[in-house]
Write a protein that binds this ligand. Structure first.
Ligand SMILES: [Zn+2]
Length: 287
């Protein structure tokens, strides 16, 4: 096992080759600007390229699981031999005062699912998000305040980096509590037997015929479906989620006792598990 802070390779990801079977998991946060709704310039292709390189690294390393952090608009990353699911986490649900959504895609070779536990209640106060651009903004928050808002120690150090680069690194980062929550969920990942994950991709557990965990989940699915209806052309993700979300909404007509028939969703994705939110991408299911 390799520990996070240890630099094992400081080179170009495109030239990285992993030994098979040496890593438990492979994690990346590839450039998200091309898939971000905030994008104002022409796409660079960097995001697509990095995702391909990440998939290549997973295919070579053959880890038990992989995790890719990005923005909700990112195309699906299906890697042969792994299950696939999307997870959306808002920093506010984990003790942060920032309303900041982080989007993950996750795959497991045996189809285990991470169940994310939220901290209740959400913070009352709300702070503007820590963005990478804050370094060059007038009236920027102090470095110590900026770090604290991302869950880091006030005296957090990033040696050898300019102040602008440090703000960018921490602003682009995932809030520490969110990172810890997903790490804990991956560590405790379970086979989806007797439960499933909420169809809104919040990684909450639902039991029985339920499809969506909370009223907010239902609103989210409805909202996503509405926006997919408007922006579907050119967006594989939006089009695909519109189909699954429609299935979720009709299957879970009521949150508590839906007339659930998630079979269509499973059939569409050749899902061998009883889990509706998990989708295997493989012609050959793992043993
Ligand atoms: Zn949900």
């Amino acid at each position: 096992m390799v520990r996070g802070p240890d630099l094992i390779y400081g080179g170009d990801m495109a030239r990285f080759h992993a030994l098979p079977g040496r890593f438990d998991g492979v994690i990346a946060g590839t450039p998200c600007q091309d898939d971000s709704r905030a994008r104002r310039s022409a796409p660079t292709g960097d995001g697509d390229r990095a995702r391909r390189q990440f998939a290549q690294a997973v295919t070579e390393a053959i880890p038990a699981w992989w995790l890719l952090e990005n923005v909700p608009g990112v195309p699906e990353l299906r890697i042969e031999g792994y299950s696939w699911l999307r997870i959306d986490l808002d920093a506010r649900d984990f003790g942060s005062t920032q309303r900041r959504l982080r989007h993950f895609q996750y795959g497991h070779a045996r189809g285990l699912v991470p169940i994310v536990t939220r901290r209740r209640p959400a913070a009352l106060k709300e702070s503007p998000c820590c963005m990478a651009s804050e370094a060059s903004r007038p009236g920027r928050r102090t470095w110590a305040d900026f770090c604290e808002l991302q869950g880091l120690p006030r005296d957090f150090e990033l040696p050898g980096m300019t102040l602008t680069a440090r703000y960018r690194a921490v602003g682009n980062g995932v809030h520490l509590a969110v990172a810890r929550a997903i790490a804990a969920a991956i560590r405790e990942a379970r086979a989806p037997v007797g439960f499933r994950l909420c169809a809104c991709d919040c990684a909450r557990v639902v039991y029985g015929r339920r499809v969506l965990a909370t009223a907010a989940c239902r609103k989210r699915v409805q909202r996503r479906r509405d926006s997919a209806g408007v922006t579907a052309p050119g967006s594989v993700t939006a089009a695909a989620s519109s189909v699954t979300d429609q299935a979720a909404l009709s299957a879970g007509a009521s949150l508590s006792e839906g007339n659930s028939s998630p079979g269509s969703r499973q059939g569409r994705d050749r899902d061998p598990s009883p889990h509706s939110a998990i989708r295997f991408f493989s012609e050959h299911p793992p043993p």
